[in-house]
Ligand binder design. Structure first.
Ligand code: DQA
Length: 142
């Protein structure tokens, strides 16, 4: 099974940014965790992070041609603004799980709106790194 993990703006800064919200572990720690979990499950997992909306749209479109089976996306702040990311996901028709490290529903009002949620089969929030592992399990049907 081929899974693409996409992380949006500022997620490369976890461990540094607002540690009281996002924790002290780094982006590299997250990548290591996901890679080793994927290995135990025999998955073909690709992880990509970008601070640029169009890059994320390009990767989502490429996933269609690469015949990716599932997308796990934490769009960061683009969650709350990006119709372009929503449209790209819809266009590929690839099963998608939305993940947020923090519980966005318990934060500022502007974080309560998620465009990606309009397409994602499931949204996992507030579970930190574990949320990504839960997303993998969901896509595996575990
Ligand atoms: C986030 C929540 C977003 O509101 C925020 O802009 C992020 C990270 C999360 O993982 O909790 O960058 O997606």
């Amino acid at each position: 099974m081929k899974i693409l993990v996409l992380n949006g703006p500022n997620l490369n800064f976890i461990g540094i940014r607002e540690p009281h919200i996002y924790g002290k572990e780094t982006y590299q720690d997250l990548c290591n965790l996901l890679t080793s979990y994927a290995n135990t499950k025999n998955l073909d997992l690709t992880i990509y992070q970008s601070n640029h909306e169009g890059d994320l749209v390009d990767k989502i479109q490429q996933a269609y041609f690469d015949q990716v089976d599932g997308i796990i996306i934490n769009p960061g702040a683009y969650t709350h603004t990006s119709v372009a990311i929503l449209d790209a996901l819809k266009a590929t028709m690839i099963k998608t799980v939305e993940v947020h490290l923090s519980n966005v529903l318990e934060r500022e009002d502007f974080r309560k709106k998620s465009y990606v949620s309009l397409y994602a089969s499931k949204t996992i929030m507030g579970h930190g790194f574990k949320g990504y592992l839960e997303a993998i399990d969901y896509l595996l049907g575990a």
